[in-house]
Design a protein around this ligand. Structure first.
Ligand code: ADP
Ligand code: MG
Length: 154
């Protein structure tokens, strides 16, 4: 795996504003697994990228890192999947089926402001979201390789 900075799992600065290249879905899953180590109560993670870019694959690594046996599936037909994250909950939300206009009608606040950890696919549908300190994980599909940009403002 090629990365732009020295890789120390669990080190916040490893993930803040970094770019990673993964060559296989396993590497993307492993990146999610390592990223999970920096997550804490209240964190909100926006997962961006085209269909099939690897948002769910990345999430599978995060889910696994917290010791969950179940494998995260693409939750496009379901709004929320819930997993354990130590003494917290990990919510995997997929907004693909929602219109941006109705996204706030389904109680999303109850998850993302609950003090747990929320990973959100298709988070660009969250129009009017006011929080300038979420994680952004943006995946670009360049053939079999994925360019994964991870950012956090503060
Ligand atoms: N480097 C890679 N990282 C992630 N997925 C990859 C990679 N190379 C190939 N793939 C494949 O791309 C697909 C990604 O699907 P998925 O994670 O469900 O995407 P999304 O949730 O963004 O729609 C999977 O079929 C996976 O096996
Ligand atoms: Mg998906």
């Amino acid at each position: 795996m090629v990365k732009s900075k020295k890789f120390n799992a669990g080190d916040l600065n490893t993930f803040k504003n970094s770019i990673f290249i993964t060559k296989t879905s396993e590497e993307t899953r492993n990146l999610g697994k390592k990223f999970a180590a920096v997550l804490k109560s209240g964190d909100i993670i926006f997962l961006k990228g085209n269909l099939g870019s690897g948002k769910t694959t990345f999430t599978q690594g995060v889910v696994k890192a917290f010791g969950n046996k179940g494998f995260a599936r693409s939750s496009s037909f379901m709004l929320v999947n819930e997993y354990d994250a130590n003494d917290l909950k990990l919510f995997h939300l997929d907004l693909y089926r929602l219109q941006p206009s109705s996204v706030w009608d389904v109680g999303i606040e109850d998850y993302i402001y609950s003090g747990n950890i929320s990973l959100i696919e298709w988070a660009d549908r969250l129009i009017g979201f006011e929080n300038d300190n979420h994680w952004n994980v943006e995946i670009e599909n360049t053939g079999s390789e994925r360019k994964i940009k991870i950012e956090k403002q503060k």
